[in-house]
Write a protein that binds this ligand. Sequence first.
Ligand code: ATP
Ligand code: MP5
Length: 272
Amino acid sequence: MTPTPAVALTIAGSDSGGGAGIQADLVTFAAFEVHGTSAITAVTAQNTVGVSAVVTIDPDVIEAQVRSVTDDFMVRATKTGMLATAPIVERVAALAASGILGPLVVDPVMVSTTGATLLDADAVQAVRDALLPSAALVTPNRAEAELLTGIAITSIEAQRAAAQRLVELGARAALVKGGHLDGPDAIDILFDGRNVVELRAPRVWTRNDHGTGCTLSAAICACLARGLTLPRAVEEAKAYVTRGLADGADWGLGTGRGPFSHFAKGRPAVVA
Ligand SMILES: Nc1ncnc2c1ncn2[C@@H]1O[C@H](COP(=O)(O)OP(=O)(O)OP(=O)(O)O)[C@@H](O)[C@H]1O
Ligand SMILES: Cc1ncc(COP(=O)(O)O)c(N)n1
């Protein structure tokens, strides 16, 4: 029999194409043998080519979903994804500040791989001012780190500077991802307020990279729920992403930026 799993919560948007958002998060939680719960912030009509419609959910209904989960389950860690609007960011930040979410991984989703806006312009400031102070970790990609810090990310040194700035802004730790920088390796920089760690993996040449950011933050969240330290959680999550990208590199799902593979053989090597 499988022992009772740890519980993680994702507060994010739905991707009808199943590549990113809530769908990627729940599949990733399951891969790490963590029970996944969810609060949906927005419904997107989306596929590998684009986003054709977005409906945001009333903050009261988002809060009700969160409280339904936290009133009944022991949530060990939470991640946020697409938060869409400033009022949603502010409501989620208030829930986080009240202490019911456990360690919070903030993936500051702003634009989809296919170029659609997933966070209103006026919500960026709410992420910076209200949400970052509750984050155990914030995981921006290049463009998100630039918007949040004002630092142009053109090098590893700039990634380090941005990670340090994000910690100054209130996050306990920052992972500035390098998937959108050039070079033979995909290099992410983790700063936990004391140490800088460089995570490096060979770049996989593929068009199937839709959902990698969601998957990375969900995998970190799952590992935190299982009791791993932050550096170990990030290391395990990065390995999961690299393996999945390679596994699905030649897939032909959809005609655009295809979904990431969660079917790589072998279980994630997580020991709590
Ligand atoms: N082609 C690649 N090969 C290997 N690793 C990659 C590749 N692209 C991205 N990564 C890794 O995947 C993770 C997500 O990084 P990225 O910078 O792409 O974030 P993102 O833009 O939020 O993701 P998404 O592609 O879902 O929008 C990081 O660990 C990054 O280093
Ligand atoms: C609902 C939702 N959440 C997040 C993303 C970002 O993922 P990606 O950058 O891979 O498109 C997305 N496209 N849709």
